[in-house]
Design a protein. Sequence first.
Lengths: 113, 108
Amino acid sequence: NAGVTQTPKFQVLKTGQSMTLQCAQDMNHEYMSWYRQDPGMGLRLIHYSVGAGITDQGEVPNGYNVSRSTTEDFPLRLLSAAPSQTSVYFCASSYVQGGYGYTFGSGTRLTVV
Amino acid sequence: KNEVEQSPQNLTAQEGEFITINCSYSVGISALHWLQQHPGGGIVSLFMLSSGKKKHGRLIATINIQEKHSSLHITASHPRDSAVYICAVSGSARQLTFGSGTQLTVLP
């Protein structure tokens, strides 16, 4: 059982480049979410989805796009990378129904130069 | 927006000591989560609480809904417990709001 799989683990981008961070889960979780973790800031919610075809913004959505075409996949797109997007990104999933915990991916360390 | 405060920010203990990490939040929640993050590693969910107390091995988590406060206790601490412990809360919409984490170092 793979859980939540994030790729790539590391990435260096130049300012202005675009890229997609991949997130896939095999637990049939309806809820999927993306967070960024910055020193001294804790984890902050970027975007989330409660099911295929449904996405919404979190606390820090600017500069990021998401889509949810299947239950399993929830990619995060950086449209035009900026140094301020240098961070560690985590994907997490859960059941929508309360009473269940979250499963996190192993993270993607992104550096924008 | 819920505000989540953790204390202490940093904690150094000797092996075998009893450890307590505290978490308080400002608005009513549906659940509180304790997470563990090892250096360079991912995030693991330790507990999810909506009331009372849970125990798993040497870890105990408690929550007081009226006081909006939770504690994570580690009994007989060990160097392998060294990690960042993160408190997070979720409301009915399932979004998580995180505390800034407690860096725990257990010395042999």
